[in-house]
Design a protein around this ligand. Structure first.
Ligand SMILES: [Zn+2]
Length: 275
């Protein structure tokens, strides 16, 4: 048994007994680990209530290789990001980012994954207003997906390989891994050129200044892709809340999906059918 000290991010925290908590940590040096924080729920706990999701600190724990649960012995706070809890969109987005890491991380260290999550959480936490928080969450989620090697193809048809024109409506085939031209995929919901251009910027980690033009379309794209490529039959628990929060965000500049009519050409809300 070795005492490990490493930077760590709290992905999830839940009560284990009257007085203890179990944390899912993503650590810089030991990857994804679960630790028991004994006494963390006592009023005068030495952890002082910092063991909450989105917190970063230096964790010390007794590491027993081959075990699923380790024992936390110390946690020095670096950054709490408590502000994320004050915004529905920010909280939902940060929770989704945490779940992506929880679902894909392993015990092998992956410093780039750690840093990408830190950066994504920071951008979401610093976002002013729900539109920016949503855009930051989407950019962060796609950054993780790209880093993990699942980048959707957004420039060329996944079936015939032809580069699609900038103004060409396409479809999004999440199972095939990206956009498909309408010749290869004659049926299904159209992905409009504005949303595809926006997706390409989000894939580069860019956060549109005024928020995304079509929040629900972007939410649906992310959902379809996560479910097709990363869920492995286990639904993402944080997706429902995330999509509920997306529905509260008004369209950004150049948007207008959320009008009354359902535009058959695909400019309207694309809440379903993208998969
Ligand atoms: Zn094609």
């Amino acid at each position: 048994m070795a005492l490990a000290t490493t930077r760590a991010l709290v992905l999830q925290s839940f009560p284990y007994s009257e007085t203890s908590k179990v944390l899912r940590l993503y650590t810089l040096e030991h990857g994804l680990r679960s630790v028991m924080a004994k006494g963390a729920l006592r009023p005068k706990s030495r952890y002082g209530g910092v063991l909450e999701p989105f917190t970063e600190g230096t964790a010390t724990f007794y590491l027993k290789e081959g075990r699923d649960l380790h024992t936390l012995s110390g946690f020095d706070l670096v950054r709490s990001r408590q502000g994320l809890g004050r915004s529905l969109v920010g909280f939902a987005g940060a929770s989704l980012l945490a779940e992506i890491v929880m679902r894909t991380g392993t015990e092998e260290p992956h410093p780039a994954l750690y840093e990408t999550l830190v950066q994504a959480w920071d951008v979401v936490a610093a976002a002013e207003g729900p539109a920016r928080a949503l855009a930051a969450s989407l950019a962060g989620a796609w950054s993780l997906v790209v880093l993990l090697g699942f980048e959707p193809q957004a420039g060329a048809c996944v079936v015939c390989g032809r580069e699609v024109e900038d103004d060409e409506p396409v479809r999004f085939d999440a199972h095939a891994g990206g956009v498909a031209c309408t010749l290869c995929r004659p049926a299904g919901r159209v992905l409009d050129p504005v949303s595809r251009a926006e997706l390409r910027r989000l894939l580069l980690g860019e956060v549109p200044e005024g928020g995304v033009a079509r929040p629900r379309t972007q939410g649906a794209l992310l959902r379809a892709f996560l479910e097709a490529q990363l869920s492995q039959e286990r639904p993402f628990r944080s997706l429902e809340l995330f999509l509920e929060s997306v529905a509260t965000v008004p369209p950004g500049r150049g948007g207008g999906e959320d009008g009354a009519g359902d535009d058959a050409r695909g400019g309207a809300d694309a809440g379903a059918g993208l998969a």
